[in-house]
Design a protein around this ligand. Sequence first.
Ligand SMILES: Nc1ncnc2c1ncn2[C@@H]1O[C@H](COP(=O)(O)OP(=O)(O)OP(=O)(O)O)[C@@H](O)[C@H]1O
Length: 731
Amino acid sequence: MKFPHYTQLEARDCGPTCLKIVARFYGKNYSMAELKDYCAVTRQGVSLQDIINGASNIGFDTLSVKLTLDNIKTIPLPAILYWRQEHYVVLYNIKERRGKRTYFISDPSFGRIPLREEFFDKQWTNNENAGIALLLEPTQEFHDKVPIPTEKNLALSKIGSYFLAIIKNNRFKSALSLFLILVAMVGTWLFPSVFRKMIDNGVMAKDINVVFYLLAAQFIIFVSQIISDSISSILLMQINFKVSLQFLVNYLHKLIRLPLKIFDNRLNSDLMMRMDDSDRIQNFLSHHSIEFLISVLSLGIFSVLLCSYNVFAFLIFIVMSIFSILWTLLFLDKRKLLDYSRFTAASETKNNIYELINEMPEIKINNAHENKISQWEGLQKKLNKINLEALNLNYYQLIGANFFNRSKDILITGLCAYFVIQGTMSIGVMMVVGYIIGQLNTPINNLINIIRGLQDAKMSFDRLEDIQRLDNEDVNRNTVLKFSPVHSIQLKNVSFKYEGSFNNNVLENLNLEIPVGKITAIVGSSGSGKTTLLKLLLSIYNPGQGSIYLDDVNLQTVVPDSWRTRCGVVFQDGYIYSGTYAENIALADAKPDMVKLKYACELACIDEFIESLPMQYNSRIGRTGANLSGGQKQRLLIARAIYRDPDFIFFDEATSSLDANNEKKILNNLNEFFKGKTVVIIAHRLSTVKKADQIIVMEKGSILEQNTHNKLIAAKGKYYELIKNQLELGN
Ligand SMILES: Nc1ncnc2c1ncn2[C@@H]1O[C@H](COP(=O)(O)OP(=O)(O)OP(=O)(O)O)[C@@H](O)[C@H]1O
């Protein structure tokens, strides 16, 4: 049995893919989604500990060891190796011949490869004298555990059902295009017999009238073909655009419904590249599906015609075409690997260039341009190398297919010439056979392209399925909160850690009541978990242990949108879009309510600035707010939160960039606005927190103190320490 191999879908998937390979070797077919879940893949990829956790979850006993090259032959295989200190591969065999060892590895980013000892040593030990290996032994639990079923060929069957759905939703246009295509095809099919008659009954019989009538018939066929072809192309293009849009809209809807932790753990470019995948699938469906139909029909009809003119010519045609198709199939595995590598490399390159352009000021002030450009150059070279390999592969594929095609043409022409010389075939038939062979080349080439297109579409579909399979953030959440009043917010034994085995708990066993209708301030040193706590309160993350309750409803059961719609939030790194001021403040409204908008801007003290602009609220903000000062951005974000008029307000360092005057003015305005609302404010500045009804002091994820400003000052604890140097203490 060939050792199993799977290719990683994304740059950071090598660890779970190795696990998939080893599990498959022992007879279990786990989906990547399930394994990625078990390994908790993050943006940084997976650590060895994550793979160990994933392996234990599916029932392997594991042992990670540091070995010299001499010792590696003694370990049980397959084992996972830490490769070049940045990647994971599976070692599945070692063979020794004439004193030389060959190591067989299955590399998720490359395929199965045999490696000579020197090369293996360099890659594995990275020029040290030992490398790291993870040994895996299946336990009874592994044999008993049933993977979440992955349907075989799910992608293909789904591509098929998508195709049927497209036809169903565009019944009239599809039927009309099909009819017109058939009309054009009938013309092509009639052509050989008209042509033969013209040669044999017209030219050979020296009857110009017959030639004239048959030429006129050919002209009519030709014109009707052009008309049908053009109309069907326009119709198909219309269907194509519609489907393309639908595909992308569906994908964006899915992305928006995913939990935010998915975005923490994936490169943005990985997610954006999947839009190209979407394009590839719909292109395949709308172009190749019709092409397939036409090709099969043409192949069938021209084959019958060819057979009726000459069986030998038909046999040569069939044999050579089979060779040509087999030749194409030979390259499919390599194509697949190249496509995956291209996706990964292109995603990294895109991400790099996006950061380069987006973070230009940072690069300039740090004089980092040489380094950043050479980083990009390295990635682009890697991508070019893959693209070149793909081009070469296509070239070899094409040369082979052309070789069989041309040989077929020569053989059949020779055969026909022989029959004509023998007097068993007329010149007319010989020319018609030549014409039919020419016509048959097109469907054969089309079928070869379709095989390749199908492979591309399937790979793209797998990548999209990788996203579609993820649970939405509202899965298993049924409580809709929209209008029911909330009387208390309580945290009970809440602990939380970010995904990845190298991360420790950021929040540790928090017990806290956030009084409704009052102001709670959270202070604490940097990194103590304040923002994380806010994100848990907003249901952006779920507690790892313990729960947050809105009255007696567990927040984890609440449909997130129904909770967030009642919350106004200003984050430290709130985002300004490049639209107008009005669009930025009334983010969720297609038509902003100008009265509410002006009121929000007044409270946030940004009204004067906006009204001084030539287009006032309809003035455009430059790229992501780059032309605004830090304080203006914050005031805009505050206005956005006020515009929503929420019951619950969460501010994370929302006024940290404002000057003392502006801050005082805004805080006064906000005090009015806050009345009756539940407010949670994270701030370092005393001026922002001292009027709060309760102040929570956090340190290393725990609550150290909790009381009012005066009582905390009197207690002379951590709060006192934190603010002791602030000028206001004297006030
Ligand atoms: N997405 C993430 N993945 C992993 N770790 C994270 C993530 N976000 C934050 N952390 C870590 O969690 C810890 C708490 O971060 P948090 O932003 O909650 O602190 P904070 O108290 O708000 O700090 P500051 O006052 O500096 O804003 C930090 O050690 C940080 O490195």
